[in-house]
Ligand binder design. Structure first.
Ligand code: 13P
Length: 257
């Protein structure tokens, strides 16, 4: 019943894939397929090197462009990093923050996720903040604690107005790139938990306004069931976002679901 108060968002996370010509070609394929997505927000989060090409290729369409990371400082001696102002100046609207691959391979912590999220919000970007438990954390039955800790730390000191511009992506780490999807019930359970934590931290109305995505081996075959769940408002899609037809199938499932 509350699902229709929130924006459904289907976002591709291209990760470290596609050169500029390949990016342009994929977006040219995606654009006409998703043109009828209506109220569903369609986003492609692409490597930094593809941002300018992607923004030019999607100008005047309903496909929005996101980055895959952002630094929290405004400028300075941070070799290899990109600031929020650099992204907004290009026309970027979304940014993935705290993806489990950043946490696992690049030392991202909840503290830096929080700082990056604040910097993104201050610059007018819409952050997609990723949370999720490891397999052994699920096996130890501490999924709820892990998620609660991440949400509380990642959103520390972020206002209710700002959290409404923030997307939360629940991505169980064991389901990413493994072909093992969380069942629709498992996804719903944790997305509902995230909403109840948001309600505690803010209030019920704010929690109902936040888009919560599921990510982790979401594909053309399993998307409809996942997206039919009350608290699953969209998807953050890795592998399947690199195939125009599969990505569109997921967008159409969100349009129908
Ligand atoms: P896959 O869809 O390839 O499992 O990746 C999910 C993901 O990490 C999206 O951010």
């Amino acid at each position: 019943m509350k699902k229709n108060v929130r924006k459904a968002i289907i976002a591709g996370n291209w990760k470290m894939n596609k050169t500029r010509p390949e990016a342009k070609a994929l977006l040219e394929e995606i654009k006409p397929l998703v043109a009828n997505a209506g109220e569903v927000e369609v986003v492609a989060c692409v490597p930094f090197t593809n941002l300018e090409t992607a923004i030019a290729a999607t100008e005047g369409t309903n496909v929005k462009i996101g980055a895959e990371n952002v630094h929290f400082e405004k400028s300075g001696a941070f070799t290899g990093e990109i600031s929020a102002d650099m992204l907004t100046e290009l026309g970027v609207e979304y940014v993935v923050i705290g993806h489990s691959e950043r946490r696992q391979y690049f030392g991202e912590t909840d503290e830096t996720v929080n700082k990056r999220t604040k910097a993104a919000l201050a610059a007018g970007l819409k952050p997609i903040v990723c949370v999720g438990e490891l397999l052994w954390e699920r096996e130890c039955n501490i999924t709820q604690e892990v998620i609660a800790r991440q949400i509380k730390l990642d959103l520390y000191d972020i206002s209710a107005e700002d959290v409404k511009r923030t997307v939360i992506a629940y991505e169980p780490v064991w389901a990413i790139g493994t072909g093992k999807t969380a069942t629709a019930d498992q996804a719903e359970e944790v997305c509902a938990l995230i909403r109840s934590i948001l309600s505690e931290l803010y209030d019920e109305a704010t929690s109902q306004a936040v888009t919560i995505q599921y990510g982790g081996s979401m594909n053309a075959a399993n998307c409809a069931e996942l997206l039919s769940k009350e608290n699953v408002d969209g998807g953050l899609i890795g592998g399947a976002s690199l195939k125009a037809n599969d990505f569109n199938t997921i967008v159409q499932a969100a349009v129908n679901g």
